[in-house]
Design a protein around this ligand. Structure first.
Ligand code: FE
Ligand code: FE
Ligand code: ZN
Length: 276
């Protein structure tokens, strides 16, 4: 069974996202926990959350992914910016308890000139303030393209963050195909990339994949997503990703530049390329 979906708007609430996912042939999806610019989140409607939980269960969805606002910077040099990231992520994780057993993905941050070692330390510190032994959500570090001073471009940096957290059992990684390609990992040599991932991080930590093509060449450090087959990675390589024995059970989420009809088409295409 291929678990595939796309990024959806959360503006109409939880259950509405589940219904939209069903309409486009998805059995997982991603949404922003709040406006990506980081404003205040709408109050949770427990009934709406419960309705989504039922829908996901009845339709055998894979875990869904809540994405933190991408403007947060847990590795900032400014204590106020770090505090804002901390409070936002803490609040998001409390809200995630209304839809237990799912994933919360975030960008590890930018060191903004402090050096990646300091950035890694700050992000680890923040994680140690938000992770609790009772939480029912797995927090994911996203593999990054290495744009500007982003940390998390290399598997070593992600491993360094994970090695410093007090509750590693609550943590995992989300591999973004556009980002790793832009970060310099050649997905045409998928076995080599996954062997490297396994050596540095451990494949058991990999909990989700963002399936995107990239507008830019290998190692460009740009982070510009393209539709499947419309970029430099290509349909064949992305098909090898969903079919790889080490990955094929994971939730795959499209973040391609598409409207819902475009997403429905890409989901259909990828299902036709999945070899069970
Ligand atoms: Fe992301
Ligand atoms: Fe992504
Ligand atoms: Zn991206």
């Amino acid at each position: 069974m291929l678990y595939i979906g796309c990024h959806l708007s959360s503006s109409d609430g939880f259950e509405s996202m589940g219904k939209t996912a069903l309409e486009i042939g998805a059995n997982t999806f991603q949404f922003f926990t709040r406006n990506p610019r980081g404003s205040k989140a709408k109050a949770i409607d427990p009934k709406d959350a419960a309705a989504l939980v039922t829908l996901l269960k009845q339709n055998h969805f894979a875990p869904i992914i809540a994405h933190a606002p991408y403007t947060l910077n847990p590795a900032s040099a400014d204590p106020k910016t770090r505090e804002f990231a901390l409070l936002t992520m803490q609040d998001d994780l409390q809200r995630m308890e209304f839809i237990p057993g799912n994933l919360y993905n975030f960008h590890p941050g930018s060191h903004v000139g402090q050096g990646s070692e300091t950035g890694i330390k700050l992000t680890t510190q923040l994680l140690n303030q938000i992770l609790t032994p009772r939480q029912q959500t797995t927090v994911l570090l996203e593999t990054m393209a290495g744009k500007g001073s982003e940390i998390g471009r290399t598997f070593e940096e992600l491993a360094a963050i994970l090695s410093g957290v007090n509750h590693p059992e609550k943590m995992g990684v989300c591999l973004d195909t556009c980002h790793v390609h832009d970060g310099g990992y050649n997905l045409n040599l998928l076995d080599d990339v996954l062997t490297e991932f396994d050596k540095k991080i451990g494949l058991s930590r990999l909990k989700a994949v963002h399936l995107n093509d990239s507008l830019n060449p290998l190692g460009a450090h740009k982070d510009r997503h393209a539709v499947i087959g419309g970029g430099q990675i290509g349909t064949e390589t992305l098909a090898s990703v969903i079919n790889h024995p080490a990955l094929k059970h994971l939730p795959f989420c499209l973040e391609t530049p598409n409207d819902l009809a475009g997403y429905a088409q890409e989901i259909k295409l990828l299902r036709s390329l999945y070899r069970g």
